[in-house]
Design a protein around this ligand. Structure first.
Ligand SMILES: Nc1ncnc2c1ncn2[C@@H]1O[C@H](COP(=O)(O)OP(=O)(O)O)[C@@H](O)[C@H]1O
Ligand SMILES: [Mg+2]
Length: 275
């Protein structure tokens, strides 16, 4: 779980004139939830991710992760955080060594380490790249490498900050599927910061951050039906979500979390059978 209570942070040293990157943020992501956070550039998303990991301390409020309150100088080992910029997160000179780096640091035994690294390499389709030098990889390949290095740690919580921004549509979908599977099968709590509406509606809960404040939290169904928030963020729904929204407004019974194209098809099929 992740819980932020009344979290604020101002950068800079002018105490008479503080500029707040986050202001009174309350956020509750129960254990095993797949949550999505969206918001315009500069709204404070990355700051929020860093606060959850503990690499930036808030100026006010409390942060609880995996049941424990984070101290001011404390970095949470329960949180795996992936940023969008892969070069800054790659440490070793060989792909497979980079994936093993975190485990090695924790003193995990060689056999166990091999097993975990090999499994992640397979799951992320990095087998062909295992011996390559990270700086020779494409941006998308580097992002998969960085994600592998976090997943291999098997943390209870994963925070992805636009972590698949350089991957193509198929690559993004593969990673999403994998993260969703970890969430469903292993109960990993996920907070994914994204600009993708498709990902947002596939989640359990959507948060919208605007100018340092949470301005919406609710299910994907509530989100696509909140015209005020959509207008405020200048969001245009893709066609399949317009269809889904139309069906919902017509009173068709559609579950309102994890909305995918399959839900549209399922609803249409039910309608057809019910005549
Ligand atoms: N280290 C920093 N020093 C000063 N201002 C910062 C720093 N990091 C972020 N900010 C400011 O805080 C605000 C939120 O930034 P950020 O959390 O990166 O937003 P987002 O990830 O939503 O684009 C921005 O106005 C940004 O300029
Ligand atoms: Mg950011």
């Amino acid at each position: 779980m992740i819980r932020l209570s009344d979290v604020s942070i101002s950068y800079g040293s002018d105490q008479d004139n503080p500029s707040f990157a986050l202001m009174g943020v309350n956020l509750d992501v129960p254990e095993g939830t797949y949550a999505v956070l969206i918001g315009p550039n500069g709204s404070g998303k990355t700051t929020l991710a860093k606060i959850i990991k503990g690499i930036v301390a808030p100026t006010g409020g409390t942060v609880t992760v995996a049941g424990k309150n984070l101290g001011p100088e404390e970095i949470s080992e329960d949180v795996g955080l992936v940023f969008s910029n892969p070069e800054n997160q790659i440490i070793s000179t060989v792909v497979e060594e980079d994936i093993a780096f975190g485990l090695e640091n924790r003193g995990i035994g060689a056999a166990e380490m091999r097993r975990r690294v090999n499994r992640i390499i397979k799951r992320l389709g990095l087998t062909q790249l295992a011996k390559r030098l990270p700086h020779t990889l494409s941006g998308g390949e580097q992002q998969r490498l960085v994600i592998a290095g976090i997943l291999v740690m098997e943390t209870k919580i994963i925070v992805l900050d636009e972590a698949t921004s350089m991957l193509d549509a198929n690559g993004k979908a593969d990673i999403l599927r994998l993260i969703r599977e970890l969430n469903e099968k292993e109960g990993i709590t996920v907070l994914s910061i994204t600009h993708s509406l498709v990902e947002a509606v596939l989640s359990d809960i959507v948060f919208v951050l605007d100018r340092g404040k949470i301005v919406f939290s609710g299910t994907p169904g509530q989100f696509i039906n909140n015209d005020e928030i959509l207008a405020r963020l200048d969001i245009e729904l893709p066609e399949f979500l317009l269809v889904l929204k139309g069906l919902m407004r017509a009173g068709i019974d559609i579950p309102d979390t994890a909305l995918g194209v399959q839900d549209v098809i399922g609803s249409l099929d039910r309608l057809r059978r019910e005549g």
